[in-house]
Design a binder for this molecule. Structure first.
Ligand SMILES: Cc1cc2nc3c(=O)[nH]c(=O)nc-3n(C[C@H](O)[C@H](O)[C@H](O)COP(=O)(O)O)c2cc1C
Length: 351
């Protein structure tokens, strides 16, 4: 079989650098000889946004893509079976490693450099060579569609910012958002993840206000003065500040969310290699899936209409008439983000 346990550890370490919803890192591993079982911990993800655990599956797609790249770099062929055991839905993948010639994987080192950057980016198109490299990196790997039209970027910015209106006006979602935020690096370390407030790229007055927004009685009062709307308006402008936005269109099934996560990670790593920034946005797409299935008891009619309208505008820009939009990314030039989120060491059981 010719595998080396240090290589397996390196493959797992590359895996866990993947993005996850609010940095939940919903995974653990079981290793037997040359076979790695990837196990999901979906309860770590947002109970409302993580519709049918598909946020977890997106994150696992990214994790698996990192592991595939690392395996190849270490000199293995990775035989990856997605959802190999229908009786164990939390077994996301079984990866069997077989020795093969080591390949130079230029994206391997990008796995450790990749990060979310939520800043507004420079508002000009990508250099042609960067755009071509990005598109080539994902050719044949899924249905990625993009636009660079500034008018469309503005509409898309406003559409995805509808998420913030719902998050700050709905008491349940408001509570869940604030449960995910961690305020200091120490808290992040102790908790082993969470959405570190410094990565949210808030301006100082916004960061100050957020401390008060966490109390629902205050938020509710401020919403009467249009606070949630104002946050969404501000964010919409930041979102639109990008060279391009793209979406991944999928069929309505769980496997496709794994594939979308793999594609998203690959374009993110290539963007990193090119010195570009990327910000993944999913909120309204998961809310819309919930509404589509009639799971609407948590939402006001006004919010349901806002989410539907935002989804339809996005789908119309990208000409998505069938299936679902799984995610949106904004890509562009900017410096470094103000902070990076912390990653836990892989949790592994060797059997
Ligand atoms: C399924 C999924 C959904 C996400 N949704 C959003 C989102 O709607 N908005 C956002 O700003 N970041 C989103 N992210 C990015 C995560 O918050 C980010 O990956 C995480 O905090 C870890 O940071 P990192 O990407 O720098 O490693 C999402 C990531 C995943 C995997």
């Amino acid at each position: 079989m010719g595998y080396n346990s240090e290589d397996i550890q390196k493959i797992l370490e590359a895996g866990v650098r993947a993005p996850s919803g609010s940095n939940s890192q919903p995974w653990k591993f079981r290793v037997k000889d040359n076979v790695i079982d990837v196990l999901a911990l979906p309860e770590k993800d947002h109970p409302i946004l993580n519709f049918k655990y598909r946020g977890t599956w997106l994150a696992h797609g990214a994790l698996i893509e990192n592991m595939a790249i690392a395996s190849s770099e270490m000199g293995y062929r990775a035989d990856i079976k997605i959802f190999p055991d229908k009786s164990n839905p939390n077994l996301t993948a079984r990866i069997a490693l077989e020795s093969s010639a080591s390949k130079d994987e230029p994206l391997y080192k990008c796995i450790f450099e990749r990060t979310t950057n939520r800043k507004p980016y420079e508002s000009h198109p990508l250099k042609m060579e960067d755009k071509i490299a990005l598109l080539e990196s994902i050719a044949g790997r899924g249905d990625f569609r993009f636009t660079e039209d500034p008018d469309k970027l503005k509409i898309l910015g406003e559409a995805v910012a509808v998420n913030e209106i719902v998050m700050f006006e709905n008491p349940l979602l408001h509570r869940l958002v604030f449960e995910e935020i961690v305020w200091t690096e120490e808290e992040e370390r102790k908790r082993g993840g969470g959405l570190y407030v410094k990565t949210m790229e808030l301006k100082p007055p916004q960061r100050f206000a957020l401390k008060f927004f966490k109390y629902w009685t205050i938020m509710k009062l401020l919403n009467k003065l249009g606070a949630a709307m104002a946050i969404a308006k501000d964010n919409a402008q930041n979102y639109a500040a990008a060279s391009l936005m793209g979406i991944v269109a999928v069929e309505d099934n769980d496997e496709d969310f794994i594939s979308a996560g793999r594609l998203c990670e690959r374009i993110w790593l290539e963007a990193t290699r090119l010195g570009l920034n990327l910000h993944l946005i999913t909120g309204i797409f998961f809310l819309r899936q919930r509404i589509l299935r009639g799971e609407i008891s948590e939402f006001s009619q006004e919010h349901i209409e806002l989410i539907k309208d935002a989804y339809e505008k996005t789908a119309s820009i990208f000409d998505v008439n069938e299936g679902l939009i799984a995610l949106l990314v904004r890509i562009g030039y900017d410096g470094e983000p103000s902070a990076r989120s912390m990653k836990k060491a892989p949790e592994v059981e060797y059997i």
